[in-house]
Write a protein that binds this ligand. Structure first.
Ligand SMILES: [Zn+2]
Length: 387
């Protein structure tokens, strides 16, 4: 072998080894930095709240971006806000795993263009480079199913109402099982192709938000530039989702986009992780008009657990927003939508949910109402709306 060939081969080998170690170390560093917890557990709520939490029949959360970070969700990690052991510890009935495929550089709540992307380099250092947003979504779907496969039956991915009914029946005899279902945050994950709605559905996705932090081919984001409503393509996507019984999520939509979706969708609408202008007035949060319209569609308003959504840094701020929605439209339309692992600082990880119950008790919610808020409403919704 010529000397030059040997040098080239050696360099390739060396670079491959370096890249391999980068994929092991760097994603974990980024994950730790992006998903902070204000206070580390274990979390202690009042004895009454702990007792109430233990009595809850079903606990559910409608938004978590844990799949983005390529974290091993089968491990009880000492960082991050959600993994399967923590879900089991918190007796979680179901967690929505929402897929992020693109996020703008310098992401902010006011104005973002679609011209840059942080996820390209994140996926590269994770060792799963892809320029296709659909491919990025599919990879995350596959990860969740793989976790289920390797979980010794402790975790399953729900894709139909039959699945869900069987799972609910199994929960009566087994207390050490938990579940998730797949959502997508931002329908730019379709790569602009209507046929990819079906492709994502076939990969297990059962919920999709039209936009994320920037305007896309469907219409305007709350944090975009155009403030636009639904485009013709956006309308086609909504109607296709209706046909497939894919749940429509309006989180991060521009007000006009939400109006348009409410006008044409024949199925209930949800906002998977939101605050409300009534307690925290900013562009990411729902107006009273939209809260009423979503309730009117028989949908759900799921309240998030971080500062920019609820204008507070502890469980009481989330409880306050829950109370606001409940007073405005009725307790049957409220749910939890933490935004765990969504590049936000939360007051606790998923094992801290009893602290929400404690705050709800302080606001004089009855045990029946707390059952509904903490997961009962989501259970009813999924029974009715999953395909
Ligand atoms: Zn979000």
């Amino acid at each position: 072998m010529k000397k030059i060939t040997k040098i080239v081969l050696f360099t390739i080998l060396l670079l491959s080894i370096i890249f391999y170690f980068i994929t092991l170390i760097v994603p974990k560093i980024i994950d730790k930095q992006r998903n902070e917890i204000r206070v580390k557990g274990p979390y202690v709520a009042s004895q009454e709240a702990e007792n109430m939490y233990k009595s809850l029949n079903f606990i559910a959360d409608l938004h978590c971006d844990a799949l983005l970070w390529k974290r091993d969700l089968l491990k009880d990690n000492d960082f991050g806000q959600v993994d399967i052991p923590k879900m089991l510890k918190a007796s979680v009935g179901i967690q929505a795993f929402t897929i992020v495929t693109k996020s703008p550089k310098g992401q902010n709540f006011d104005k973002n263009s679609a011209n840059s992307d942080n996820i390209t380099s994140l996926f590269l250092v994770q060792g799963r480079p892809s320029n296709s947003l659909t491919k990025r979504a599919v990879l995350q779907c596959e990860d969740l199913f793989n976790f289920a496969k390797k979980s010794d039956g402790k975790f399953r991915v729900i894709t139909s109402s039959t699945d869900f009914k069987n799972y609910l029946a199994d929960r009566k005899s087994k207390n050490n099982i938990t579940a998730g279902f797949l959502g997508v945050e931002g329908a730019h994950a379709l790569d602009g192709k209507i046929e990819n709605v079906q492709l994502l559905y076939d990969n297990g996705v059962r919920m999709m938000a039209t936009t994320h932090f920037f305007d896309n081919k469907l219409g305007g984001s709350a944090h975009g530039v155009s403030g636009a409503g639904l485009t013709d393509f956006g309308k086609d996507v909504i109607l296709k989702m209706n046909v497939l019984n894919m749940i429509i999520d309006v989180a991060h939509g521009s007000p006009k986009l939400i109006d348009d979706i409410l006008k044409i969708s024949e199925k209930p609408i949800i906002s998977s992780h939101t605050g409300v202008k009534g307690t925290c007035d900013n562009v990411r949060n729902l107006s009273d008009k939209h809260i009423k319209a979503i309730a009117n569609s028989q949908g759900l308003i799921s309240i998030a657990m971080f500062k920019q959504a609820v204008c507070g840094t502890d469980a009481s701020a989330t409880a306050k927003a829950i109370k606001y929605v409940s007073d405005l439209v009725g307790v049957q339309y409220v749910a939890l939508g933490s935004d765990f692992d969504g590049s936000v600082i939360t007051p606790f990880d998923i094992t801290g949910l009893p602290l929400i119950v404690e705050e709800l008790m302080k606001l004089d919610f009855t045990s029946n109402e707390i059952q509904k808020i903490m997961g009962g409403n989501v259970k009813e919704f999924l029974l009715k709306n999953l395909p």
